[in-house]
Design a binder for this molecule. Structure first.
Ligand code: GDP
Length: 426
Protein backbone atom coordinates (compact mmCIF):
# COMPACT_ATOMS: atom_id res chain seq x y z
CA UNK A 1 0.00 0.00 0.00
CA UNK A 2 1.43 3.40 -0.92
CA UNK A 3 1.34 6.20 1.63
CA UNK A 4 -1.47 8.74 1.62
CA UNK A 5 -2.15 12.19 3.04
CA UNK A 6 -5.68 13.27 3.93
CA UNK A 7 -5.81 17.05 3.82
CA UNK A 8 -8.28 19.93 3.76
CA UNK A 9 -8.70 21.87 0.51
CA UNK A 10 -10.56 24.88 1.88
CA UNK A 11 -10.83 26.65 5.24
CA UNK A 12 -10.95 23.52 7.42
CA UNK A 13 -13.91 21.53 8.80
CA UNK A 14 -14.26 19.74 5.47
CA UNK A 15 -14.76 16.37 7.16
CA UNK A 16 -11.16 15.12 7.27
CA UNK A 17 -11.71 13.22 10.53
CA UNK A 18 -14.52 11.28 8.97
CA UNK A 19 -12.37 10.40 5.94
CA UNK A 20 -9.36 9.41 8.04
CA UNK A 21 -11.58 7.23 10.23
CA UNK A 22 -12.80 5.47 7.07
CA UNK A 23 -9.44 5.11 5.35
CA UNK A 24 -7.32 4.02 8.33
CA UNK A 25 -8.56 0.50 7.74
CA UNK A 26 -6.07 0.31 4.84
CA UNK A 27 -3.00 1.71 6.63
CA UNK A 28 -0.72 0.60 9.45
CA UNK A 29 0.25 3.99 10.89
CA UNK A 30 -1.68 7.29 11.22
CA UNK A 31 0.26 10.50 11.87
CA UNK A 32 -0.91 13.98 12.85
CA UNK A 33 1.88 16.19 11.53
CA UNK A 34 0.91 19.81 12.32
CA UNK A 35 -1.39 22.00 14.37
CA UNK A 36 -2.63 21.44 17.86
CA UNK A 37 -5.67 21.29 20.07
CA UNK A 38 -7.44 23.87 17.91
CA UNK A 39 -8.54 21.11 15.52
CA UNK A 40 -11.94 19.52 15.88
CA UNK A 41 -12.12 16.35 13.81
CA UNK A 42 -15.53 14.77 14.28
CA UNK A 43 -15.64 11.00 14.12
CA UNK A 44 -18.72 8.83 14.53
CA UNK A 45 -18.19 5.09 14.87
CA UNK A 46 -19.12 2.06 16.98
CA UNK A 47 -17.69 3.70 20.13
CA UNK A 48 -19.81 6.86 19.83
CA UNK A 49 -19.33 10.42 18.62
CA UNK A 50 -15.99 12.15 19.22
CA UNK A 51 -14.49 15.56 18.52
CA UNK A 52 -10.79 14.76 18.33
CA UNK A 53 -8.52 17.71 18.90
CA UNK A 54 -5.05 16.21 19.02
CA UNK A 55 -5.36 12.45 18.85
CA UNK A 56 -4.98 11.02 15.35
CA UNK A 57 -8.31 9.71 14.02
CA UNK A 58 -6.84 6.21 13.66
CA UNK A 59 -6.99 5.74 17.43
CA UNK A 60 -10.25 3.77 17.18
CA UNK A 61 -8.86 1.02 14.97
CA UNK A 62 -7.29 -1.86 16.89
CA UNK A 63 -3.78 -2.68 15.74
CA UNK A 64 -3.10 0.72 14.15
CA UNK A 65 -0.24 2.83 15.46
CA UNK A 66 -1.01 6.53 15.91
CA UNK A 67 1.72 9.14 16.02
CA UNK A 68 1.85 12.76 17.04
CA UNK A 69 4.70 14.06 14.92
CA UNK A 70 7.31 16.67 15.68
CA UNK A 71 5.28 19.29 13.75
CA UNK A 72 2.35 19.36 16.20
CA UNK A 73 1.79 21.79 19.05
CA UNK A 74 1.94 19.31 21.90
CA UNK A 75 -0.57 20.48 24.47
CA UNK A 76 -0.08 17.96 27.29
CA UNK A 77 -3.12 19.11 29.25
CA UNK A 78 -5.56 18.98 26.33
CA UNK A 79 -4.08 15.72 25.10
CA UNK A 80 -4.38 14.02 28.47
CA UNK A 81 -7.99 15.16 28.90
CA UNK A 82 -8.76 13.84 25.44
CA UNK A 83 -7.08 10.50 26.15
CA UNK A 84 -9.18 10.13 29.31
CA UNK A 85 -12.42 10.94 27.44
CA UNK A 86 -11.73 8.49 24.64
CA UNK A 87 -10.56 5.74 27.03
CA UNK A 88 -13.71 6.21 29.14
CA UNK A 89 -15.73 5.25 26.05
CA UNK A 90 -14.01 1.91 25.72
CA UNK A 91 -11.08 2.66 23.40
CA UNK A 92 -7.68 1.30 24.46
CA UNK A 93 -4.83 3.86 24.35
CA UNK A 94 -1.39 2.60 25.32
CA UNK A 95 2.20 3.33 24.29
CA UNK A 96 1.71 0.55 21.72
CA UNK A 97 -0.95 2.40 19.75
CA UNK A 98 -0.04 6.01 20.57
CA UNK A 99 3.45 7.39 20.16
CA UNK A 100 4.50 11.01 20.65
CA UNK A 101 7.60 12.36 18.98
CA UNK A 102 10.37 13.31 21.40
CA UNK A 103 11.02 16.19 18.97
CA UNK A 104 7.52 17.65 19.31
CA UNK A 105 7.64 21.01 21.10
CA UNK A 106 5.57 21.47 24.22
CA UNK A 107 2.81 24.05 24.27
CA UNK A 108 3.54 25.75 27.60
CA UNK A 109 0.84 26.97 30.01
CA UNK A 110 1.40 30.62 29.13
CA UNK A 111 0.72 30.11 25.42
CA UNK A 112 -3.03 29.88 25.92
CA UNK A 113 -2.94 32.90 28.24
CA UNK A 114 -0.95 34.95 25.70
CA UNK A 115 -3.41 34.03 22.94
CA UNK A 116 -6.25 35.38 25.04
CA UNK A 117 -4.35 38.53 26.06
CA UNK A 118 -3.44 39.32 22.45
CA UNK A 119 -6.97 38.72 21.09
CA UNK A 120 -8.27 41.04 23.82
CA UNK A 121 -5.69 43.66 22.92
CA UNK A 122 -6.68 43.43 19.24
CA UNK A 123 -10.32 43.96 20.23
CA UNK A 124 -12.38 44.37 17.02
CA UNK A 125 -9.33 43.69 14.84
CA UNK A 126 -8.86 40.16 16.15
CA UNK A 127 -8.05 37.26 13.82
CA UNK A 128 -10.61 34.88 15.32
CA UNK A 129 -8.19 32.69 17.26
CA UNK A 130 -9.57 29.60 18.99
CA UNK A 131 -7.44 30.75 21.97
CA UNK A 132 -5.72 27.42 22.27
CA UNK A 133 -2.31 29.10 22.32
CA UNK A 134 -1.39 28.00 18.81
CA UNK A 135 -0.01 31.30 17.45
CA UNK A 136 2.09 32.09 20.57
CA UNK A 137 3.28 28.47 20.56
CA UNK A 138 4.51 28.46 16.96
CA UNK A 139 6.08 31.91 17.33
CA UNK A 140 8.02 30.60 20.31
CA UNK A 141 8.94 27.37 18.54
CA UNK A 142 10.49 29.32 15.68
CA UNK A 143 12.19 31.65 18.15
CA UNK A 144 13.52 28.50 19.87
CA UNK A 145 11.76 29.51 23.07
CA UNK A 146 9.95 26.34 24.02
CA UNK A 147 11.04 22.84 25.04
CA UNK A 148 11.03 19.49 23.24
CA UNK A 149 8.94 16.66 24.68
CA UNK A 150 12.06 14.50 24.95
CA UNK A 151 13.56 16.97 27.46
CA UNK A 152 11.22 15.44 30.03
CA UNK A 153 13.76 12.61 30.20
CA UNK A 154 16.47 15.10 31.31
CA UNK A 155 14.82 16.67 34.41
CA UNK A 156 17.75 18.79 35.60
CA UNK A 157 18.40 20.27 32.15
CA UNK A 158 14.68 20.78 31.68
CA UNK A 159 14.40 22.73 34.93
CA UNK A 160 17.21 25.08 33.93
CA UNK A 161 15.75 25.49 30.44
CA UNK A 162 12.30 26.30 31.84
CA UNK A 163 13.76 28.82 34.30
CA UNK A 164 15.36 30.71 31.37
CA UNK A 165 12.12 30.67 29.40
CA UNK A 166 10.11 31.79 32.42
CA UNK A 167 12.37 34.79 33.02
CA UNK A 168 11.97 35.89 29.39
CA UNK A 169 8.24 35.20 29.16
CA UNK A 170 7.49 37.12 32.34
CA UNK A 171 9.01 40.22 30.76
CA UNK A 172 6.35 39.93 28.06
CA UNK A 173 3.46 38.96 30.34
CA UNK A 174 4.08 41.81 32.77
CA UNK A 175 5.73 44.42 30.53
CA UNK A 176 3.65 44.14 27.36
CA UNK A 177 0.31 42.97 28.70
CA UNK A 178 0.40 44.08 32.35
CA UNK A 179 -0.50 40.53 33.41
CA UNK A 180 0.71 38.64 36.49
CA UNK A 181 4.07 36.87 36.18
CA UNK A 182 4.08 33.07 35.91
CA UNK A 183 5.79 31.20 38.74
CA UNK A 184 8.31 28.35 38.65
CA UNK A 185 6.20 26.44 41.20
CA UNK A 186 3.19 26.47 38.91
CA UNK A 187 5.33 25.50 35.93
CA UNK A 188 6.92 22.56 37.73
CA UNK A 189 3.53 21.40 39.02
CA UNK A 190 2.31 21.38 35.39
CA UNK A 191 5.41 19.40 34.35
CA UNK A 192 4.82 16.83 37.12
CA UNK A 193 1.14 16.51 36.43
CA UNK A 194 0.23 16.65 32.72
CA UNK A 195 3.70 16.11 31.26
CA UNK A 196 4.21 13.18 33.62
CA UNK A 197 1.00 11.63 32.34
CA UNK A 198 1.96 11.77 28.66
CA UNK A 199 5.62 10.87 29.24
CA UNK A 200 5.12 7.10 28.73
CA UNK A 201 4.00 7.80 25.15
CA UNK A 202 7.06 9.85 24.18
CA UNK A 203 9.72 8.13 22.09
CA UNK A 204 11.98 8.51 19.08
CA UNK A 205 9.29 8.28 16.42
CA UNK A 206 11.75 8.82 13.60
CA UNK A 207 13.52 5.56 14.50
CA UNK A 208 10.15 3.85 14.82
CA UNK A 209 9.02 5.08 11.39
CA UNK A 210 12.32 4.21 9.73
CA UNK A 211 12.06 0.62 10.98
CA UNK A 212 8.35 0.44 10.09
CA UNK A 213 9.02 1.58 6.52
CA UNK A 214 11.81 -0.99 6.20
CA UNK A 215 9.17 -3.61 7.11
CA UNK A 216 6.85 -2.30 4.39
CA UNK A 217 4.34 -0.63 6.71
CA UNK A 218 2.06 2.01 5.20
CA UNK A 219 1.34 5.50 6.52
CA UNK A 220 -1.67 7.77 6.45
CA UNK A 221 -0.87 11.41 7.19
CA UNK A 222 -3.68 13.38 8.80
CA UNK A 223 -3.77 17.15 8.43
CA UNK A 224 -5.60 19.80 10.38
CA UNK A 225 -7.48 22.76 8.79
CA UNK A 226 -7.09 23.35 5.04
CA UNK A 227 -5.06 24.90 2.21
CA UNK A 228 -6.46 28.39 2.73
CA UNK A 229 -5.29 28.37 6.34
CA UNK A 230 -1.74 27.36 5.43
CA UNK A 231 0.73 29.81 6.92
CA UNK A 232 2.64 30.28 3.65
CA UNK A 233 0.06 29.76 0.91
CA UNK A 234 -3.20 30.67 2.64
CA UNK A 235 -5.12 33.90 3.29
CA UNK A 236 -2.43 35.41 5.53
CA UNK A 237 -2.82 36.76 8.20
CA UNK A 238 -6.11 34.85 8.59
CA UNK A 239 -4.22 31.59 8.48
CA UNK A 240 -3.18 29.24 11.18
CA UNK A 241 0.43 29.35 12.37
CA UNK A 242 1.55 26.04 10.85
CA UNK A 243 1.69 24.43 7.43
CA UNK A 244 -1.47 22.54 6.57
CA UNK A 245 -0.22 21.34 3.19
CA UNK A 246 0.57 17.74 2.28
CA UNK A 247 4.06 18.87 1.27
CA UNK A 248 4.82 19.45 4.96
CA UNK A 249 3.60 16.00 6.03
CA UNK A 250 7.00 14.24 5.75
CA UNK A 251 8.80 16.94 7.76
CA UNK A 252 6.14 17.32 10.45
CA UNK A 253 5.87 13.55 10.77
CA UNK A 254 9.53 12.92 11.40
CA UNK A 255 10.20 11.07 8.16
CA UNK A 256 11.45 13.86 5.88
CA UNK A 257 12.48 11.48 3.09
CA UNK A 258 8.91 10.16 2.68
CA UNK A 259 6.75 11.17 -0.30
CA UNK A 260 3.06 10.28 0.05
CA UNK A 261 1.94 9.10 -3.40
CA UNK A 262 -1.72 9.72 -2.81
CA UNK A 263 -3.13 13.01 -1.56
CA UNK A 264 -6.84 12.96 -0.79
CA UNK A 265 -8.11 16.55 -0.75
CA UNK A 266 -11.27 16.82 1.31
CA UNK A 267 -13.83 19.31 -0.03
CA UNK A 268 -17.21 20.07 1.48
CA UNK A 269 -20.11 20.20 -1.03
CA UNK A 270 -20.63 23.84 0.01
CA UNK A 271 -18.33 26.34 1.72
CA UNK A 272 -17.86 27.03 5.43
CA UNK A 273 -15.34 29.13 7.28
CA UNK A 274 -14.73 29.66 10.98
CA UNK A 275 -13.27 32.90 12.26
CA UNK A 276 -12.34 36.13 10.56
CA UNK A 277 -10.95 36.82 7.10
CA UNK A 278 -12.15 37.17 3.51
CA UNK A 279 -14.76 34.63 2.38
CA UNK A 280 -15.90 35.57 -1.12
CA UNK A 281 -18.87 33.22 -1.57
CA UNK A 282 -20.37 33.92 1.86
CA UNK A 283 -24.14 34.04 2.36
CA UNK A 284 -26.03 36.06 4.94
CA UNK A 285 -29.58 36.13 6.29
CA UNK A 286 -32.17 33.40 5.85
CA UNK A 287 -30.33 31.59 3.06
CA UNK A 288 -27.27 31.28 5.30
CA UNK A 289 -29.30 30.26 8.35
CA UNK A 290 -31.03 27.49 6.40
CA UNK A 291 -27.72 26.01 5.20
CA UNK A 292 -26.08 26.37 8.63
CA UNK A 293 -28.95 24.54 10.26
CA UNK A 294 -29.12 21.84 7.59
CA UNK A 295 -25.39 21.18 7.88
CA UNK A 296 -25.11 21.62 11.67
CA UNK A 297 -22.36 24.13 11.01
CA UNK A 298 -21.13 24.96 14.49
CA UNK A 299 -17.43 24.66 15.41
CA UNK A 300 -16.42 21.28 16.90
CA UNK A 301 -13.92 22.99 19.22
CA UNK A 302 -15.57 26.31 19.96
CA UNK A 303 -19.30 25.81 19.22
CA UNK A 304 -19.12 29.05 17.20
CA UNK A 305 -21.61 29.30 14.29
CA UNK A 306 -19.65 28.80 11.09
CA UNK A 307 -19.90 31.24 8.23
CA UNK A 308 -21.47 29.45 5.25
CA UNK A 309 -21.74 29.99 1.52
CA UNK A 310 -21.71 28.50 -1.96
CA UNK A 311 -19.04 26.05 -3.02
CA UNK A 312 -16.18 28.25 -4.22
CA UNK A 313 -14.58 26.77 -7.34
CA UNK A 314 -11.81 29.41 -7.51
CA UNK A 315 -10.68 28.75 -3.92
CA UNK A 316 -11.16 24.98 -4.27
CA UNK A 317 -9.11 24.75 -7.46
CA UNK A 318 -6.32 26.75 -5.82
CA UNK A 319 -6.58 24.68 -2.63
CA UNK A 320 -6.43 21.38 -4.50
CA UNK A 321 -3.40 22.59 -6.46
CA UNK A 322 -1.62 23.69 -3.28
CA UNK A 323 -2.21 20.25 -1.80
CA UNK A 324 -1.13 18.43 -4.96
CA UNK A 325 -4.40 16.51 -4.54
CA UNK A 326 -4.55 13.28 -6.54
CA UNK A 327 -8.24 12.77 -5.69
CA UNK A 328 -11.06 14.61 -3.97
CA UNK A 329 -13.30 13.36 -1.19
CA UNK A 330 -16.52 15.37 -1.46
CA UNK A 331 -18.33 15.46 1.88
CA UNK A 332 -21.79 16.46 3.06
CA UNK A 333 -23.43 16.15 -0.34
CA UNK A 334 -26.56 14.99 1.50
CA UNK A 335 -26.91 18.43 3.11
CA UNK A 336 -27.67 20.06 -0.25
CA UNK A 337 -30.66 17.79 -0.86
CA UNK A 338 -33.15 20.47 0.21
CA UNK A 339 -32.13 22.95 -2.50
CA UNK A 340 -34.03 23.38 -5.75
CA UNK A 341 -31.15 25.20 -7.39
CA UNK A 342 -27.61 24.95 -6.06
CA UNK A 343 -25.54 28.14 -6.33
CA UNK A 344 -21.84 27.68 -7.13
CA UNK A 345 -19.24 30.44 -7.16
CA UNK A 346 -17.47 29.81 -10.48
CA UNK A 347 -15.26 32.88 -10.84
CA UNK A 348 -14.36 36.06 -9.00
CA UNK A 349 -14.90 39.60 -10.15
CA UNK A 350 -11.87 41.69 -9.17
CA UNK A 351 -11.53 45.33 -10.33
CA UNK A 352 -14.30 44.77 -12.87
CA UNK A 353 -12.49 41.77 -14.40
CA UNK A 354 -13.57 38.14 -14.13
CA UNK A 355 -10.83 35.82 -12.96
CA UNK A 356 -10.32 32.09 -12.38
CA UNK A 357 -7.18 32.70 -10.34
CA UNK A 358 -7.17 32.93 -6.56
CA UNK A 359 -6.04 36.48 -5.76
CA UNK A 360 -3.32 37.72 -3.43
CA UNK A 361 -4.78 37.93 0.11
CA UNK A 362 -5.00 41.74 0.18
CA UNK A 363 -7.07 41.70 -3.05
CA UNK A 364 -9.58 39.17 -1.71
CA UNK A 365 -11.59 41.73 0.25
CA UNK A 366 -12.73 43.37 -2.98
CA UNK A 367 -13.42 40.13 -4.88
CA UNK A 368 -17.08 39.45 -5.69
CA UNK A 369 -18.49 36.02 -6.53
CA UNK A 370 -19.75 35.15 -10.01
CA UNK A 371 -22.51 32.62 -9.38
CA UNK A 372 -23.98 29.87 -11.53
CA UNK A 373 -26.89 27.61 -10.55
CA UNK A 374 -27.04 23.87 -10.93
CA UNK A 375 -30.23 21.84 -10.65
CA UNK A 376 -30.78 20.22 -7.26
CA UNK A 377 -32.06 16.67 -6.71
CA UNK A 378 -34.45 17.29 -3.81
CA UNK A 379 -34.56 13.78 -2.43
CA UNK A 380 -32.81 11.91 0.37
CA UNK A 381 -29.44 10.58 -0.82
CA UNK A 382 -28.10 9.45 2.56
CA UNK A 383 -28.68 5.79 1.70
CA UNK A 384 -26.57 5.90 -1.49
CA UNK A 385 -23.63 3.48 -1.42
CA UNK A 386 -22.82 3.31 -5.14
CA UNK A 387 -22.49 5.90 -7.92
CA UNK A 388 -25.63 4.56 -9.58
CA UNK A 389 -27.61 5.09 -6.35
CA UNK A 390 -27.17 8.86 -6.65
CA UNK A 391 -29.83 10.80 -8.59
CA UNK A 392 -28.71 12.17 -11.93
CA UNK A 393 -28.52 15.79 -10.76
CA UNK A 394 -26.32 14.80 -7.82
CA UNK A 395 -23.97 12.98 -10.21
CA UNK A 396 -23.97 16.07 -12.44
CA UNK A 397 -23.01 18.24 -9.47
CA UNK A 398 -20.09 15.92 -8.69
CA UNK A 399 -18.97 15.77 -12.32
CA UNK A 400 -19.22 19.54 -12.59
CA UNK A 401 -16.91 19.93 -9.60
CA UNK A 402 -14.27 17.50 -10.79
CA UNK A 403 -14.16 19.14 -14.21
CA UNK A 404 -14.01 22.67 -12.80
CA UNK A 405 -11.39 21.80 -10.16
CA UNK A 406 -9.42 19.49 -12.44
CA UNK A 407 -9.22 16.59 -10.00
CA UNK A 408 -11.23 13.33 -9.86
CA UNK A 409 -13.83 12.95 -7.10
CA UNK A 410 -13.15 9.47 -5.75
CA UNK A 411 -15.15 9.57 -2.51
CA UNK A 412 -18.62 11.05 -2.01
CA UNK A 413 -19.77 11.23 1.58
CA UNK A 414 -23.54 11.28 2.14
CA UNK A 415 -23.66 11.06 5.94
CA UNK A 416 -21.48 11.39 9.03
CA UNK A 417 -21.35 7.65 9.74
CA UNK A 418 -18.43 5.52 8.56
CA UNK A 419 -20.51 3.52 6.05
CA UNK A 420 -22.30 6.53 4.48
CA UNK A 421 -19.94 6.71 1.54
CA UNK A 422 -19.86 6.19 -2.21
CA UNK A 423 -16.46 5.11 -3.52
CA UNK A 424 -15.91 5.48 -7.24
CA UNK A 425 -13.65 3.15 -9.12
CA UNK A 426 -11.42 5.77 -10.72
P1 GDP B 1 -12.79 18.10 10.06
O1 GDP B 1 -12.18 19.00 11.08
O2 GDP B 1 -12.29 18.38 8.68
O3 GDP B 1 -12.69 16.66 10.43
O4 GDP B 1 -14.36 18.45 10.00
P2 GDP B 1 -15.38 18.62 11.23
O5 GDP B 1 -15.38 17.41 12.03
O6 GDP B 1 -15.16 19.91 11.91
O7 GDP B 1 -16.75 18.82 10.44
C1 GDP B 1 -17.34 17.86 9.72
C2 GDP B 1 -18.74 17.64 10.30
O8 GDP B 1 -19.58 17.08 9.33
C3 GDP B 1 -18.76 16.62 11.43
O9 GDP B 1 -19.80 16.93 12.31
C4 GDP B 1 -19.03 15.30 10.72
O10 GDP B 1 -19.62 14.33 11.54
C5 GDP B 1 -19.98 15.75 9.67
N1 GDP B 1 -19.91 15.03 8.39
C6 GDP B 1 -18.78 14.63 7.73
N2 GDP B 1 -19.14 14.11 6.54
C7 GDP B 1 -20.49 14.20 6.45
C8 GDP B 1 -21.44 13.91 5.44
O11 GDP B 1 -21.12 13.45 4.35
N3 GDP B 1 -22.76 14.19 5.71
C9 GDP B 1 -23.17 14.72 6.87
N4 GDP B 1 -24.47 14.95 7.04
N5 GDP B 1 -22.30 15.03 7.86
C10 GDP B 1 -20.98 14.78 7.64
Amino acid sequence: MSDCAVVGVNWGDEGKGRMVDLLTENYDIVIRYQGGGNAGHTVINEYGKFALHLLPSGIFRPGKVNILGNGVALDAENLWNEIETVVSQGVAITPDNLKISSRASLLLPWHRQLDELEENRLSDKKYGSTKQGIAPFYSDKYQKKTVLAGELFYPEKLKAHLADLLEWKNLILTGVYGAKPYTMEKLLAWVDDYCGKIKPFICDTHQYLKAAKAQGKSILYEAQLGSLRDLDMGIYPYTTSSNTLAAYAPVGSGLPSARPEEVIGVVKAYATCVGAGPFVSEWFGEEADALREAGGEYGAKTGRPRRVGALDIVATRYGAEMQGATAIALTKLDILSYMEKIPVCVKYLVDGQETDDFPFPAALDDAKPVTEYLDGWQCDISGARAWEDLPENARRYVEYIEKAVGCPVKYISVGAERESIVIRDI
